[in-house]
Design a protein around this ligand. Structure first.
Ligand code: GCB
Length: 888
């Protein structure tokens, strides 16, 4: 859309109602300062303009956008590698209100990724570096040049180009660009509480001493006098309780010269028998600070206040308000796949509610500071936070990188100082994961020194919080000395996923604990990817490659993720020395380069990207919540297939025994299939109970039943089961259809609910592959959303055989070239019995590498031969990803 010409006054939208007007009147009846949300009526163009003045000119293809906005919501999830990293411009008209004539006017951005330059009518008013915290610019002088009632053009150039001096540099999440958080217009009197201290509220509340008996509150801040003469101001800080009643208060008087600012520091009379803040009882007070010059110049800023005290101990973990308090929870990115990082406040709050409903008491904000709405929700709902600066995986050995890193930490601390939910402050994640190549001399020393500097800054800025750093499984953290810098060391461990078996992580933690008995430890990440289209009947650990120590196949089934999390939770519960544990991750999130079963998405979420819980969510709920939890861990496995291998010839369709698991914190649970009880079981130490359930061909109703506090609790799920006879020509089980996911150890359910069975070797009378080896392509598939079907494959087989009865069959074949093979390096022919389906198929030539390619054919089978899909290689080895055989 092209917006013609300069936006005249007539086109300028009216501002909404001041956001704070509905607040209760504070003591002294001074309202909070005027704030207007400025999210509407922006225009956006991706790319650069020659100058800010062009934001006012014709000739650019602007499109209308509403904030929060990112330009990478879609290009980060398409088949094309990479996403746009460069500049984009936003502009908006702002009608200048007559009432602002003697006021100060500011623009407050909650976040823009990652460098933002702000202009008013072409004149620069401020620049901010760093994509994950707020910044504030004073636009008073520029707006004074605009006639009241006329409009100014606000233009913002935002740039998310990779910049070696701005963290984060490389990480497993997408660096979406844009003004992806709220923008506010703030109007104050000339005498006001400072807004320009690193984007903070200007008020810093401390609780130097809190106990059950009493709490000390100290309030610091700075008052600015933009009047043309010296003035006296009264500053009053008052603590009010949840009902608005005054609890304690103190005042002071300041003389402030014209154009000057003065600091104040108020120690309020102690609060006797305070109501404490905890995740179970997140009681909030409020600190209202008012300045008044007695001549109409006034300002007010409110800050949340939660009274709690805590400590950490290497042997006994975390303590809150005097009691041992194991922190159990999760990690979250600000991300919704398809929307990127441009989440509304309501979406942020919903995420926190989900986390709370799972029973988590702690949340690590990975790997950067998150929106104000997140922190407010954590205060209110009761979730302890670990907040961290976005130094991830690597650093640039430059003074500017170090300076930006320190500045980001200072901004984060000052902006979020008053949130009682924040207890932990981090500043690095797996910083030695990807050193620059080649690694410059002195790099390790640089990184360790940067950590020391960040630690020192954090302690100086925020002496009452606890510092923490997350590291990956690498000796370098110990050998370099960086592990000793923070107060707490967090380990991100992926035993059983990227390497080793799941139990390995407990051994690792035990060794660390024994080697460093005075170092408090946190399990900051652990997790496994999953996809609800993938299921594993006999779930087991992944085989470990003896040569590399890595796993040979990544089982992304829902069932493996459950097993993995159970193993971890069992070991976690046995290790009281752990300060905290935070699973990876609460929600699936966008990571452009990722290529699991759902490309561009990190699938380790215990909740899907759309926020629906995976079954494993209930493992945590059962473990962590006191309310009754009873959940069949099979709501995502509603279509199954299988064989009764020992069924006698001619016996018809037999029940097939497959496991069904229930997560519950009830004493005992009874499971039923189609109305028949399978007995009662007691959930184990990780709240799991599993039954072998005889599924019949067709519909099955599974019901779990328990009793909690005298009340019956149930859960149920319907499962459509497709029986496959062990011998396909058994007339008592007329053959219908059989689909196989070549190379897979899991079942795959396609969009039509057809279940593609696990691959297997041919057995007489049945079906399967003759020869060949299986493989898993760790790359996304072009031109299909059925990635998991195409990603697994078998190659080098001579045939797949199906010993079906005589008849006509439709055969659908699914192919992809899994390697970066060039054209001509793999050429093969495919026959359906004697009938040639394709000669000299070269997948790269017909489709390209890693691209879905399908062939269908019809063939007649005779009793003697059944159906053979024969692969004849001309060059290299034949490959196939799926075969679907339907009787016509
Ligand atoms: C990690 C990182 C995190 C990744 C995660 C994963 O160790 O800290 O950013 O997303 O592993 O899933 O690989």
């Amino acid at each position: 859309m092209v917006l013609a010409g300069l936006l005249g006054a007539a086109a300028v939208p009216a501002l909404g109602r001041p956001a704070m007007a509905q607040d209760a009147e504070p003591p002294g009846a001074i309202r909070q300062r005027e704030r207007h949300l400025l999210n509407d009526d922006w225009s956006f163009v991706r790319g650069d303009l020659k100058s800010a003045a062009d934001a006012d000119a014709d000739g650019t293809d602007w499109s209308a956008v509403t904030l929060p906005h990112t330009w990478n919501a879609k290009d980060s999830i398409d088949d094309e590698p990479g996403y746009y990293r460069g500049p984009g411009w936003y502009r908006r008209a702002l009608r200048v209100d007559d009432r602002w004539r003697d006021k100060r006017v500011f623009l407050y951005f909650e976040g823009a990724n990652q460098v933002a330059d702000v202009f008013v009518d072409g004149a620069p008013v401020g620049r901010h570096v760093g994509g994950y915290v707020a910044f504030c610019v004073d636009v008073t002088d520029q707006l004074r040049r605009v006639k009241p009632g006329r409009a100014a053009t606000i233009a913002v150039r935002v740039d998310n180009t990779h910049n070696p001096d701005i963290p984060p540099l490389w990480a497993d999440f997408t660096f979406y660009g844009g003004i992806y958080r709220n923008v506010w217009l703030v109007v104050t009197d000339p005498v006001h509480i400072d807004l320009l201290d690193h984007g903070s509220s200007g008020i810093y509340v401390d609780t130097p001493d809190v106990s059950a008996a009493s709490a000390d509150v100290r309030v610091r801040g700075r008052v600015v006098n933009a009047e043309p003469e010296t003035t006296w101001v009264d500053v009053v800080s008052t603590v009010v309780d949840a009902r608005g009643g005054e609890v304690t208060s103190r005042r002071t008087r300041l003389e402030i010269g014209r154009g000057e600012a003065r600091d104040f520091d108020l120690s309020l009379p102690a609060i006797r028998r305070p109501r404490l803040w905890s995740p179970e009882s997140p009681h909030l007070y409020k600190v209202i600070t008012v300045v008044d010059d007695g001549r109409g110049g006034r300002d007010r800023v409110d800050a949340p206040l939660g009274l709690r005290w805590y400590s950490v101990d290497a042997a006994t973990g975390f303590h809150l308000n005097g009691s041992s308090y194991p922190l159990r929870g999760t990690n979250r990115h600000q991300d919704i796949v398809g929307k990127g990082n441009a989440l509304s406040d309501a979406e942020h709050v919903r995420d926190l509610q989900i986390i709370k409903s799972m029973g988590a008491n702690v949340l690590r904000l990975a790997h950067y500071p998150q929106a104000p709405a997140v922190l407010e929700a954590a205060d209110r709902l009761g979730v302890i936070l670990w907040e961290e600066a976005p130094l991830v995986s690597t650093a640039t050995m430059s003074d500017q990188f170090a300076a930006n890193s320190v500045n980001m930490q200072v901004e984060t601390i000052r902006q979020h100082y008053n949130h009682p939910s924040i207890v932990f402050r981090g500043y690095m994640n797996e910083i030695f994961l990807r050193p620059p190549e080649p690694e410059p001399a002195g790099y390790e020393r640089f990184v360790v020194n940067l950590a020391r500097r960040l630690e020192k800054t954090t302690r100086a800025e925020d002496p009452r919080r606890l510092t923490v750093m997350a590291v990956d499984r690498d000796d370098r953290y110990n050998s370099s000395g960086i592990a000793d810098v923070p107060m707490i060391l967090g380990w991100n461990l992926y035993h059983g996923w990227y390497y080793d078996t799941p139990e390995g992580f407990a051994k690792h933690l035990d060794k660390e604990h024994a080697d460093h008995p005075n170092r408090p430890l946190w399990l900051s990440e652990y997790g496994a990817d999953s996809d609800s289209r993938l299921h594993r009947v006999d779930v087991q650990y992944l085989p470990v490659d003896p040569a590399t120590g890595g796993v040979t196949y990544q089982d992304q089934s829902i069932e493996f993720q459950q097993l993995f999390n159970e193993v971890y939770m069992r070991a976690i519960n046995e290790r009281p020395f752990l300060v905290g544990t935070t699973l990876w991750a609460q929600f699936e999130f966008g990571s452009e380069f990722r290529s699991g079963a759902i490309p561009h998405v990190n699938q380790k979420g215990v909740t899907h990207a759309d926020r629906s819980p995976k079954d494993v969510f209930y493992l945590y709920q059962a473990l962590w919540r006191d309310e009754p939890v009873l959940h069949i861990a099979g709501h995502e496995w509603t279509h199954r297939t299988g064989t009764a291998p020992d069924a006698p010839w001619g016996a018809g369709r037999q029940p097939v025994s497959q496991p069904v698991k229930v997560y519950s914190n009830l004493d005992s649970v009874e499971l039923f299939i189609n109305g028949r009880s399978l007995g009662r079981k007691q959930p184990d130490d990780v709240c799991a109970a599993t039954w072998q359930v005889p599924f019949v061909d067709g519909g099955n109703e599974i019901v779990a039943r328990g009793v909690a506090n005298g009340k019956v609790v149930t859960d149920s799920v319907r499962v459509a089961f497709t029986y496959q006879a062990p011998r396909l020509s058994d007339a008592s089980v007329p053959f219908r259809r059989l689909a196989v996911s070549a190379g897979a150890i899991v079942q795959y359910t396609d969009p039509q609910s057809l279940v593609w069975a696990e691959d297997r070797a041919y057995t007489d009378g049945g079906w399967g592959a003759i020869g060949g080896t299986t493989g898993l392509m760790r790359k996304w598939v072009n031109r299909s959303s059925e990635d998991p079907l195409y990603q697994t494959y078998r190659e080098g087989m001579t045939a797949y055989r199906f010993d079906v009865p005589a008849g006509r069959y439709r055969v659908r074949l699914r192919f992809t070239e899994p390697s970066e093979n060039a054209r001509g390096n793999r050429v093969f022919s495919v026959r359906l019995n004697e009938h040639v389906l394709v000669n000299d198929l070269d997948l790269v030539a017909v489709a390209g590498p890693r691209t879905a390619y399908d062939l269908d054919g019809i063939v007649a089978a005779t009793n003697a031969d059944g159906l053979k899909v024969v692969f004849d290689p001309t060059v290299g080895r034949a490959v196939v990803s799926g075969i679907d055989v339907t009787r016509l």
